[in-house]
Design a protein around this ligand. Structure first.
Ligand SMILES: *[C@@H]1O[C@H](CO)[C@@H](O)[C@H](O)[C@H]1NC(C)=O
Ligand SMILES: *[C@@H]1O[C@H](CO)[C@@H](O)[C@H](O)[C@H]1NC(C)=O
Ligand SMILES: *[C@@H]1O[C@H](CO)[C@@H](O)[C@H](O)[C@H]1NC(C)=O
Length: 384
């Protein structure tokens, strides 16, 4: 009898002890947000000279309101009660400036070869932090600086392990790969369009591992959205669009992207057992954006196909070059320009990734898995 009475107590003690890998039973809310990624994650290219003769316009330069188009890191930081993570290029090299997080991303003209560290001759000298490896080096150096300037090793470990790391690669690389033209053709045969998924997912997996070794414990990896529905791909692949299936997108492109997404989720599943104390989350951006495209009206969108800023069919022929090209109501559009989402779509995406949306959109309940970004950031709904 006495044993039976004791049992619930033992279970409680046991569960409080479980999972305290860092010696702290209650998950502490993240006080910093570090971001590695491509143009889905950073507007840093706005501060750099842009080559507007290329078809890759920056998604952030010419918002019609003149305001910075809001990207995922800024929106996520707001959820966490943090300022937008400053771009690495704006920091002054002190730990204080990096303490609440850093955006290592950069949306400058990225060659997919840069991601795989293969030799590349074009764009030589172009400021290109988009490469996974280069951003990783900057990130590990920054974390090292934070460690050195921390009052104690324990304090440093605690701060790093509670920080949220977001990794968002693949969109620029796939956009380039899917693009028609000599660059994609010249690059694709080497690994094959399909082989690229394995290559990039492996690179992202290694990045997660290296971040872990540098002290990161909470890492979210974002999937690539349905680029087969993006204005540029729609324009180039109009003849491939099957209007009777898949909501009228270029299915071949979506399948390529989905292969990467599936691969990168599998890589995270494989990594978990070998990274004790780490919380690795996969966020299915593809599913979220597809839901917006399938039910635009339900989320207040008036236009699910056309870019807000661009020329030609779907606004996919020429990207956003001037402020005047932008539509009067970007908030009614899902796509901002050739490949990138509007701030409204990003905002919805972050809402869903942060906390599971209401039951109406039950398909989105496990958008980020195994836990929501809110849970990953230590903002337990019950104790935040
Ligand atoms: C801009 O890009 C185009 C096409 O890629 C190239 O021909 C041109 O030399 C570039 N200009 C500069 C200033 O880099
Ligand atoms: C560096 O930036 C941080 C944060 O903006 C600021 O507090 C600090 O004074 C700056 N230090 C130097 C040496 O400029
Ligand atoms: C869930 O997704 C399926 C197919 O992807 C779709 O047919 C269905 O309407 C969605 N359900 C909800 C509640 O959104």
């Amino acid at each position: 009898m006495a044993l039976l009475l004791l049992l619930p107590f033992l279970i409680l003690v046991g569960s409080a002890g479980a999972g305290d890998g860092e010696g702290d039973s209650a998950p502490s809310a993240a006080t910093a947000l570090f971001v590695l990624g491509d143009s889905t994650a950073s507007c840093a290219a706005t501060t750099l000279p842009l080559n507007l003769t290329t078809s890759f316009s920056s998604p952030c330069v010419f918002h019609h309101s003149g305001a910075r188009r809001r990207l995922i890191p800024d929106l996520l930081a707001a959820k966490m009660g943090l300022p937008p993570p400053p771009a690495i290029s704006t920091l002054n090299g002190t730990a204080a400036a990096a303490a609440q997080g850093v955006n290592f991303g950069d949306s400058s003209d990225i060659d997919p070869r840069a991601i795989t560290n293969a030799p590349t001759n074009n764009n030589a000298g172009v400021f290109r932090m988009g490469a996974v490896g280069q951003q990783l080096r900057l990130a590990t150096e920054t974390l090292q600086l934070l460690r050195l300037e921390s009052p104690s090793p324990a304090a440093a470990a605690a701060a790093l392990s509670s920080s949220l790391f977001v990794v968002s690669f693949g969109s620029d690389a796939y956009a380039r790969l899917l693009g028609r033209g000599t660059e994609a053709d010249a690059w694709a045969p080497k690994h094959g369009r399909r082989g690229f998924a394995r290559l990039l997912a492996g690179r992202v997996g290694r990045a997660v591992q290296e971040l872990y070794e540098a002290g990161a414990r909470r890492v979210a990896v974002l999937a690539v959205g349905p680029l087969g529905c993006a204005p540029r791909v729609m324009w180039e692949g109009l003849h491939l669009v099957d209007n009777n299936a898949g909501g009228g997108c270029v299915e071949e492109a979506n399948e390529l992207v989905q292969a990467y997404n599936g691969r990168v989720e599998a890589v995270l599943d494989e990594l978990r057992p070998s990274l004790p104390g780490a919380d690795l989350v996969f966020c299915d951006v593809y599913k979220a954006v597809m839901e917006m495209i399938s039910n635009p009206g339900a989320y207040g969108f008036e236009e699910a196909r056309e870019a807000c800023c661009g020329l030609g069919p779907f606004g996919g022929t020429i990207g956003c070059l001037t402020r005047e090209m932008a539509c009067p109501t970007p908030q009614g559009h899902i796509w901002w320009d050739l490949y990138s989402l509007t701030g409204t779509a990003n905002s919805l995406l972050v809402d869903w990734a942060w906390a599971a949306p209401p039951s109406a959109a039950s398909n989105l309940s496990n958008l980020c898995r195994p836990v929501t970004l809110q849970q990953l950031a230590g903002w337990r709904a019950d104790n935040s």
